[in-house]
Structures are given as C-alpha cells and as structure tokens.
Design a protein around this ligand. Structure first.
Ligand code: ZN
Ligand code: ZN
Length: 353
C-alpha cells in the first residue's frame, strides 16, 4: 500500500503526500480515527493522531511510525519538521476532500510547496485488495440476510418507513457497524422516484416495493437493490421487470477488465431502449463501492472510467414510469482477470409476495 502511494507520488512529481481525510487515513493504516494525518515520503511513513487514539493506534497500526504531537504542537509543526529532514520540495494534498479553506490553511502553514493530488488516492482506492473485498462481501452477506428476513414483513398495511426501520434493525442485528446510507424503501407510485425517501405510505396489493440498502463492515460498504411485487403484478409490471433484469444481465455479461464504463452502461441501456423504455432509465448503470458508497469507477453515458481487474462496480439499471411505478435491480460485481464475480447472491427473479 505504502509502496503504491510512493510510486503514484513520484509519477506526480511530489516528494511527499499528506492524507487528511478519514477514509484515506483508514485506507492506508487500517485504523479508524476521527482525527489525524498521514505523512508519506521516500524515507518516512508517519501516522499522527491525538491522545484519544494514540494507544490503540500504537497497538494496531503496522508499517507506520505512530506519533502524537507533543506539547501542544500542531500537526503542521510536526509535518514541517519531517519536510525539513526529508528535504521535501513538493508535498501533494487531498484536493478532492479538503475544503478550500483547509487546503489554503495547510498551504500557508507548510514550509514545502503544496500541490493537489488530482485523484491519486481515488485511483488507488478503485482497485481493491483481497482484504478489502472480504470486508465488502461480509457487508453484502449481512444485507442479504436482512433482505431475506424483511420479505416476511412486506404485506398490505405496513408502511415504507416501517420496512426501512426493519432493514436497518436487521443489518445492525446481523453485525453491521452502520448503514452505507439511509435505506430507500419506495412502493407503488413512489417507486418511480429512483432515490425516493421512505414515507408513511402503506404497502398495497399490486404495488412494486423497491428496496435499496447496504451496510458497513470494518469501514467498507455494501450496496444492493431488489424490487418485489405485492399480491400480484400486471402484465406491464412483469414486462418492465423482465426488461430491467435482462438489461442487468447484459451488463454483467459485458463487465470485464478493459471495457469502458461507458460501454458497460451501453450494454445494459441497449436492452432497455430496445424494449421502448429508454427515456425512463435516467441514471447510470453503476459505480464503485468501498470505504465510500460511491467511488470510482463510474459506468454511465458520461463515464471516463476503464474497468480494471480488482475494481468493484455495481450493476443497477432501472426503469421508472412517472406517477406509476419503477423497478431497479442492483448487484455488486468484482472484476477479475477475464470477467467478473457477482458478489450478490440474493435471488432476483420476480418475487410476488
Ligand atoms: Zn444501491
Ligand atoms: Zn448503488
């Protein structure tokens, strides 16, 4: 990990990097902290954190010199000493997570020339290590257990909010440390809003219920969506569901290293367009998942990503008929040497409860 950062650092013409965001600190040290900075140069790899974390960090973090700035010193003061002893001319900062105010503050305080990282950490984080994939799978299995169990609760009279609460409870019960995001549970006409908010609306016979949810294990997110019908599904509902499922399968079949995010999106979009629902698929096919719920790569008509082995990308096409109903089905794919492994095991044939 540190070696990869040094390689990327050299490629950008920087002599050191400073990692300030919670996610990047956790990514490189494996340690969760709400405060601290990571300094990496050719000679040093230092994790600076405060009194609240220092004891645990010293026990758990390996590969880094773990220090606490003493005597009321600021992180900047300690970093400046390192910059001096390492003869650093240029240090790269996290321009994609620091506020403008924080960025200029570091710039003012540090004695070396500051330059933006320009997506360096994003690109590194897009390729998952086997250990990261393990955490994502663990989070996914918890979400799947919750899905299986929440199916028993979906019946006329129960509200979207109650189902969202139940999903949250079940994921925590099965060991999640938190939700990846607030679960989306939308039904009937509400299901035409891709990111609708669960309401007090009761589930009715003839509703589609779309549930988009995920949880966090050791900092890593999972993400899945399933749409089920309650009581019955009209021929039109079945046709839309079948279209979305075929589109998702076409996308999954196309997912392999070397394919662009744009082409991956097109593989699924073509199925939806051929079925006449093109205008009703208004978002991208997928996104990366990791320490954040949305990471690189992206798979959409505007994507600039190219898929590489080790990336994770979601497969989540949908069709949304305004004021009527919507369907989305989402799995997480792990890109391997010659294709992909679907990390989602929940069934996705149309379920009528
Ligand atoms: Zn999702
Ligand atoms: Zn997603």
């Amino acid at each position: 990990m540190i070696a990869n950062i040094r390689t990327a650092m050299r490629a950008q013409g920087a002599d050191a990097v400073l990692l300030t965001s919670q996610a990047n600190r956790r990514y490189v040290t494996g340690f969760h902290s709400t405060a601290g900075v990571v300094y990496i140069s050719e000679k040093h790899a230092v994790f600076l954190t405060d009194f609240r974390y220092i004891e645990a960090a010293r026990q758990q973090v390996s590969g880094f010199d773990v220090r606490e700035p003493g005597d009321g010193q600021s992180y900047a003061a300690v970093v400046n000493k390192l910059l001096q002893s390492d003869h650093v001319h240029t240090i790269a900062l996290e321009d994609d997570s620091l506020t403008f105010d924080d960025y200029t503050d570091w710039q003012d305080k540090l004695t070396a020339k500051v330059q933006p990282q320009r997506g360096m950490m994003k690109r590194l984080r897009a390729i998952k290590t086997p250990q990261e994939v393990e955490q994502i799978i663990a989070a996914q299995r918890i979400a799947e257990s919750a899905f299986l169990e929440v199916l028993d609760d979906i019946r006329p009279g129960v509200t979207e909010k109650q189902l969202a609460a139940r999903l949250t409870y079940l994921m925590l019960y099965y060991g999640a440390e938190n939700m990846s995001f607030d679960p989306i549970v939308v039904s009937g006409a509400n299901s035409s809003k891709p990111h609708g908010v669960p309401s007090h609306k009761e589930i009715c016979d003839g509703d589609f219920v779309t549930m988009d949810f995920g949880c966090i294990v050791n900092g890593y997110c999972s993400d899945m969506t399933r749409t089920v019908a309650v009581g019955y599904a009209t021929d039109e509902m079945s046709a839309v569901y079948d279209t979305v499922l075929r589109a998702q399968k076409a996308g999954i079949a196309a997912a392999k290293p070397g394919v662009t995010g744009k082409d991956l999106d097109s593989a699924a979009r073509a199925v939806i367009e051929d079925a006449g629902f093109g205008p009703y698929f208004g978002h991208g096919f997928g996104h990366g998942v990791g320490l954040y719920i949305h990471e690189d790569p992206t798979a959409s008509p505007r994507s600039k990503s190219t898929l590489q082995a080790g990336m994770i990308v979601t497969a989540e096409p949908g069709v949304y008929l305004p004021g009527r109903f919507g369907v989305r089905i989402e799995d997480m794919l792990y890109l391997t040497g010659d294709g992909c492994q679907n990390l989602t095991e929940s069934p996705k044939e149309l379920l009528i409860l």
